[in-house]
Design a binder for this molecule. Structure first.
Ligand code: NAP
Length: 271
């Protein structure tokens, strides 16, 4: 049994991690209990406990808002993460941190291996990339897990589609962005396995199989047997404050692969 500090316990991934890590001694906190941007509060919790691992699921995740709140995004996703990593280095605590496909520009046709060169196209991606770099510079033992298109218990694409379907017979969905959905429960299980069979480095963990948002939406309605017409549109027809990478497929060449996203989606919708 490991003693683990879980940060961001009320987030979509945080909730799944809290469930998956039940067999360990977990101190789970959210922002109201520990704001990771408060260096004093962070130092205090580490001084009061002998953690083996710090699992950081806390993050600033408002991708579009980050364009105008870049300082806030940097504070949470970069500066606070760098501080955490330094404390982990000083105390020999292993740090598991989550990052994103949005560190890549999406111009690759083959997808991105773990060692591909990042080049974020939006403020959120830049803040997450700097967080990754500060961890690597800190000298701590780390696992940075990049994921994409997360769904689970929280605000996510699947829930948005189901909400829209309740009000609209037709829904327009972007068809020219390709990625890999990730079920929070599967990622949390894989994180638990990584704690048990520790490896450090940068990892890509998503469900297998790539899709577009359009095909993802169609699959949701097919599984829920909802008679919704999904109309494909281009990214240009659906402008957002933050630019999104076109092809942000994360290739997992290092860890056991997760099951196909369709199987994971089916389970998520059943529950
Ligand atoms: N969602 C995706 O599609 C996606 C894709 C790629 C990567 N990721 C990465 O995966 C990880 C988990 O994402 P998620 O979707 O689970 O995010 P989420 O649901 O937004 O959860 C993030 C949690 O962090 C908390 N938080 C924010 N600022 C904090 C602070 N200063 N101190 C402590 N806690 C703070 C939030 O609390 P409040 O709600 O109270 O602010 C929230 O509970 C993040 O690193 C994210 O960058 C997510």
């Amino acid at each position: 049994m490991q003693k683990i500090l879980l940060l961001g316990k009320n987030g979509m991934l945080g909730k799944a991690l809290a469930e998956a890590l039940y067999a360990h001694e977990v101190v789970a906190v959210d922002k109201s209990e520990l704001d990771i941007t408060s260096a004093t509060a962070v130092e205090k919790i580490f001084a009061e406990n002998n953690f083996d691992f710090c699992v950081n699921a806390a993050a600033y995740t408002a991708v579009d808002k980050a364009e105008t709140e870049i300082e806030k995004a940097m504070l949470v996703n970069s500066e606070a993460v760098g501080n955490l990593a330094e404390i982990c280095a000083a105390n020999k605590i292993k740090l598991i941190h989550f990052s994103t496909d949005y560190v890549f520009d999406g111009e690759s046709n083959e997808g991105y291996r773990e060692d591909a060169i990042p080049n974020p196209v939006n403020a959120y991606g830049k803040s997450k990339l700097l967080g990754e770099e500060l961890i690597q510079r800190s000298g701590c033992e780390f696992a940075i897990i990049r994921l994409s298109w997360l769904f689970g218990d929280g605000k996510n694409f699947v829930e948005t589609m189901l909400r829209l379907a309740a009000e609209n017979p037709e829904i327009k969905v972007v068809s020219d962005q390709i990625g890999k959905p990730t079920y929070a429960k599967d990622l949390a299980e894989a994180t638990k396995n990584l704690i048990q069979n520790w490896q450090s480095g940068i990892f890509h963990l998503t469900n297998e199989g790539e899709t577009s948002w359009f095909d993802f939406a169609q699959k949701i309605f097919e599984l829920k047997k909802l008679p919704v017409k999904v109309i494909p549109i281009t990214s240009e027809e659906f402008p957002t404050p933050a630019r999104r990478p076109k092809n942000s497929v994360l290739l997992n060449t290092k860890l056991p692969k997760l099951r196909n996203w369709k199987e994971a989606l089916e389970e998520y919708l059943r529950n």
